[in-house]
Design a protein around this ligand. Structure first.
Ligand SMILES: [Zn+2]
Length: 345
């Protein structure tokens, strides 16, 4: 270093004065950072002088070091004061760098499909493979589509207000997905092969097996030569698809207004394989209702009952999911408890 002590003293005084003047013009964090680099950074004059201190004569070195340290302390104090001033300003936090880019990233939590949706997808995929199409219909229905056209007599108990939610203007919340059968048949000419997924509503008090809202998948197949044997074969294949190989099926005669003959359909319990367990009680689980479309329903939609035959079935999705996963209370599906839902990944 060729400078003398007096030259260094003069230079530092000028430097501090310039730093003082410039810091007055600093109004945000970005400008302060530029100022810091200029006066306190590695390439700043103060830093360069520090490194060169060693080349001074031994007699001058202590005095020069003192002057340099004083200058550094002044400039650092200017920086600290300005920083504190800026941080007090409203909105300063937003401008300050809030992200520490050196931290490891946080993986976003992935959602998953609700067990009801999962089981519906399985049923849907089975029927799509068989060539069924999908129809949707409104949840607010009228009496004709929900009951009348489906051959429900005027005094049928399910029309009672204790079973059905009635809305204004003669509408009601559909109690099953079957009204969409009526809508589909009125809209298109046969042959017809569809499933109808959707929410249904009944004014049941919630308990372990009843809930006022539930999901069904309806099936309808109309053609010239549809047989009961074909219905049985299709449902049996569905049972194996959903519950695994070796699943057996049985038909129990039943009554539905819109099918004749009608049956309730059971499968061997997939939980215990036909032994007895808490899900099945006797080795069998009741899964759905089915039957051959009643000719009166064809008449109601304008299909010729002499020319066309069909089968229909309705599967309860909650019921299926409860059997499949061994769930003992239907209310778990609707409580939005993540601890429950996460078990079905
Ligand atoms: Zn069982």
């Amino acid at each position: 270093m060729s400078s003398t002590l007096s030259e260094i003293t003069d230079e530092l005084a000028a430097l501090v004065a310039a730093a003082e003047e410039e810091v007055g013009a600093v109004v945000d964090a970005k400008a302060l950072e530029a100022w810091r680099v200029k006066y306190l950074g590695k390439k700043a004059r103060l830093s360069v002088l520090s490194r060169e201190m060693g080349s001074l004569g031994a007699d001058e070195r202590p005095a020069a070091g003192k002057v340099l340290n004083e200058a550094k302390a002044r400039v650092q104090a200017l920086f600290d004061a300005k920083k504190a001033e800026l941080e007090k300003q409203p909105g300063a936090a937003a401008e300050a760098p809030a992200i520490d880019t050196t931290l490891p990233g946080r993986r976003p939590r992935a959602g998953d499909v609700h067990p009801i949706t999962k089981v519906y997808y399985e049923v849907r995929d089975f029927y799509l493979r068989l060539g069924f199409g999908i129809w949707y219909g409104p949840e607010a229905e009228d009496d004709f589509h929900n009951f009348g056209a489906l051959n429900f007599p005027e005094d049928h108990p399910s029309r009672d207000e204790q079973d059905t939610f009635y809305l204004n203007d003669g509408l009601l919340l559909r109690t099953h997905t079957s009204p969409v059968q009526i809508r589909a048949m009125k809209a298109v000419e046969p042959p017809l092969r569809i499933i109808v997924p959707g929410r249904c509503f009944r004014s049941d008090a919630p308990d372990a097996t009843h809930y006022p809202v539930f999901h069904q998948v309806e099936g309808l197949y109309v053609d010239k030569a549809v047989s009961l044997a074909e219905l049985k074969g299709t449902l049996e294949a569905m049972g194996v698809y959903l519950f695994g190989p070796g699943t057996e099926m049985r038909f129990r005669p039943h009554f539905f207004p819109f099918t004749e003959p009608s049956a309730e359909v059971d499968f061997t319990c997939p939980r215990c394989g036909g032994e007895v367990c808490g899900v099945c009680h006797d080795g069998w689980v009741e899964v759905l209702g089915a039957g051959m479309v009643d000719p009166a329903v064809f008449e109601n939609v304008g299909y010729d009952p002499e020319a066309w035959v069909g089968y229909a079935f309705g599967v309860g999705i909650e019921r299926l999911a409860m059997i499949k996963y061994g769930i003992t209370d239907i209310r778990y599906f609707y409580e939005n408890d993540l601890r429950f839902i996460k078990q079905f990944k």
